[in-house]
Design a protein around this ligand. Structure first.
Ligand SMILES: Cc1ncc(COP(=O)(O)O)c(C=O)c1O
Length: 391
């Protein structure tokens, strides 16, 4: 029996070292990382600027608590608000916490406006985290039923169905619409930009908050600092985490306008969130993305990876659809999926499967063209092997 609770089905490998897009196991075998710790190490493993910032800050001052001003937090707050057009930030430690903060912010905003039961519209296919509030916002009964009762106050609609949201306008308790512009766990699905624009207009008309969960799609992953900037549809609340610290835990719930002032003293809090150490990592990430050509490499690498994948795929019918944006890539397959991820691992690449039949590729932005081609080839070989297993 393991001393670790069995909340994950773990792959039979342990990595002990990483640099850029490469991971090594204890025996010294190298693997190409096509997952980035699930969209976390977007700048590659042990990026020198992030490492230096964390090491220097750890040697100076790691933690003081939010009872005091934290210069590094104010600095990262200023960097994020100026880069996103948001007005204010609440820092926490994870994507779940950032969503939890956004849910509380929306409810507080609703109460400030006299709503009795502030209600948030959420989507089918959504994933927002595993705490009770974030889980209630998440789709998928299997994940939720064992933990009932969950908080109420959410209304679920199909994705990309604007009429379904229009049909809710008679409900006077609605305060916000919460969506991932690119659904990650739901199968790497970019929401239709016209739908997102329609949501923006509807939220403006109704006085609702449009809240984007960019925990997975943000921090350079989709070829812009945040995916909304590519789509040119600005949310009122922006939720992020994962790649913001490139491996150091940090989450952020940002807001603009009245919503940015909804949470007052005592309404919400965190011991660790926004520590000097976390914010040093966050600033190193934001400044590295701003100073480099990494954002523009996302589309180039995507193309290199996918053309190599297509070139090595034996049977085009093995793939139902390729989705996503930038380096958030979903390949929906028609082949048996049980052994796909382990087959890729045997071939020396790290990938992931989501939503049952979608290979999820989230390689780091620092990957070279040769590495992108190698990753595409190995993924095709894993799919080819699975195709041979098809009964
Ligand atoms: C869109 C989205 N929101 C929230 C979360 C939860 O983030 P965390 O695991 O950091 O709590 C995730 C994690 O996969 C996510 O992809």
């Amino acid at each position: 029996m393991s001393v670790i609770m069995p909340t994950y089905k773990r792959l039979p490998v342990a990595f002990v070292r990483g640099r850029g897009a490469t991971l090594w196991d204890a025996r010294g075998r190298a693997y190409l990382d096509g997952l980035s710790g699930i969209a976390v190490t977007n700048l590659g493993h042990c990026h020198p600027r992030v490492t230096q910032a964390v090491v220097e800050q750890a040697a100076e001052l790691a933690h003081t608590s939010n009872l005091f001003r934290i210069p590094g937090q104010e600095q990262l707050g200023a960097e994020l608000t100026s880069a996103t057009g948001m007005d204010a930030v609440f820092f926490c430690n994870s994507g779940t916490e950032a969503n939890e903060a956004a849910i509380k912010l929306a409810r507080r905003h609703g109460h400030n406006r006299g709503l009795g039961q502030p209600t948030i519209v959420v989507l089918e296919g959504a994933f927002h985290g595993r705490s009770l509030g974030a889980l209630a916002a998440t789709a998928g009964e299997k994940m939720k039923t064992p933990f009932a009762p969950l908080p109420s106050g959410f209304l679920r609609v199909p994705r990309d169905d604007l009429q379904a949201v229009h049909d809710l306008t008679s409900n006077r308790d609605i305060v916000a619409v919460l969506v991932e512009p690119v659904q990650g766990e739901g199968g790497v699905r970019l929401l239709d930009p016209d739908y997102l624009q329609g949501l923006r207009t509807l939220c403006d008309d109704q006085g609702w908050l449009l809240m984007f969960d960019e925990v997975q799609s943000g921090n350079g992953r989709c070829g812009a600092l945040y995916a909304f900037q590519r789509l040119q549809i600005a949310p009122d609340v922006l939720i992020t985490a994962k790649g913001l610290g490139n491996g150091y835990p940090i989450g952020a719930c940002m807001a603009r306008g009245a919503a940015s002032q909804a949470l007052g003293a005592g309404d919400h809090g965190t011991t660790f969130g926004g520590s000097p150490l976390a914010c040093a990592a966050g600033s190193a990430v934001i400044n590295t993305l701003a100073d480099s050509a990494l954002l523009s490499s996302a589309d180039v690498l995507r193309e290199q990876l996918l053309s190599s994948f297509r070139a090595h795929l034996v049977d085009a019918a093995s793939v139902a659809e390729v989705r996503g944006l930038g380096l958030m890539i979903g390949i929906e397959v028609t082949v048996p999926t049980e052994n796909l991820v382990t087959a890729a691992l045997e071939l020396g690449v790290v990938i992931n499967l989501t939503a049952g039949n979608t290979l999820r590729l989230l390689p780091p932005l620092v990957m070279s063209a040769a590495e992108a081609e190698q990753l595409g080839k190995a993924v095709a070989e894993a799919v080819n092997r699975a195709s041979e297993e098809t009964p």
